[in-house]
Design a protein around this ligand. Structure first.
Ligand SMILES: [Ca+2]
Length: 298
């Protein structure tokens, strides 16, 4: 194994070149990496282009080489929604999930520890990328997006290990941007308004000084960075597990329409863990009607 690239020297030269120069996410290249995709991607970003995002902590899950001893004292993950006991408020698909048993819970804890381990080389890769940008004098003129591609369940609502569901654990991801010309790094701030990955492309168009094509979804984040008070008031969530769902997410509510199963409404201020679906509560009938109409407009 090459200590710098993490590539297996037993791979043929052409295969190694492919692995270092082309799509590092395909199986052919993975075979070269022996589970070390993240260091390779970090190297790739340094040498070739700063646009590659590390694969970890995505599947395949494993103890991270060099970090095997990390997080063995991690406290168990037990939010109020963990292994949700009363699911009588939930749609039929979730009511059909049994409570997780001890064996499943242990598997969830193992995967959680592995995912946290796997993110450590990502930290290292980011540090290397930033160091290179500093050396080249380009850091303060570089737009940095940092995000995950999806959230993930660790046993919340009885969902052992999955992503494609409507609840907050799957929908929310870490998301940070860094662009000193518009947002001084000495004064970092948390933006609570609703943004999504669809906003990245329009942002890049605007930063590059290009018109945003009409067919591109999302909004440029530049107005938010400049402190504008005008912004969207809702986002659309869609998923195609069984059942498929469409949902509208505002800053206070999530309203979900599940194909052929009951709808859901969660009041995030009072019920942030989404334990009590109030879609059938007569007190929320007007709100359900309003959110359903707005959902239909997306
Ligand atoms: Ca419940």
């Amino acid at each position: 194994m090459d200590s710098v690239t993490g590539l297996n020297r037993n791979c043929g030269r052409r295969k190694r070149e492919r692995a270092s120069r082309r799509d590092l996410h395909n199986d052919d290249c993975r075979a070269c990496h022996e589970g070390r995709t993240t260091p390779v991607l970090g190297f790739s970003a340094l040498q070739l282009s700063p646009d590659r995002d590390p694969n970890a902590p995505h599947a395949q899950f494993h103890d991270a080489p060099g970090y095997e001893d990390y997080y063995y004292d991690l406290p168990p993950h037990r939010p109020p929604s963990f292994n949700e006991e009363d699911v009588s408020d939930k749609p039929a698909w979730l009511q059909a999930l049994p409570l997780m048993n001890n064996n499943q819970i242990a598997q969830v804890e193992t995967r959680r520890r592995q995912q946290l381990q796997m993110i450590r080389p990502v930290d290292d890769a980011i540090q290397d990328i930033f160091s290179l940008l500093i050396d080249q004098g380009r850091l303060d003129n570089t737009f940095v997006f940092f995000m995950g591609d999806n959230g993930y369940f660790w046993g919340e609502h009885r969902i052992p290990m999955e992503k494609n569901r409507v609840y907050e654990e799957a929908q929310r991801v870490p998301f940070a941007v860094r662009f000193p010309p518009l947002a001084p790094v000495e004064e970092p701030r948390v933006e609570h308004r609703l943004v999504a990955n669809i906003d990245i492309a329009p942002t890049i168009y605007q930063v590059a000084g290009m018109p945003i094509p009409a067919h591109v979804d999302g909004r440029s984040l530049i107005p938010l960075l400049r402190g504008s008070s005008r912004w969207r008031s809702a986002l659309l969530f869609e998923g195609r597990p069984n059942p498929a769902f469409q949902a509208i997410r505002t800053d206070r509510f999530v309203y979900v329409e599940n194909t052929n199963q009951r709808s859901e409404l969660y009041t995030l201020g009072r019920d942030p863990y989404q334990l009590e679906n109030v879609a059938d509560d007569p007190g929320y009938a007007e709100l359900v009607k309003e959110l359903s109409a707005r959902l239909a407009e997306f």
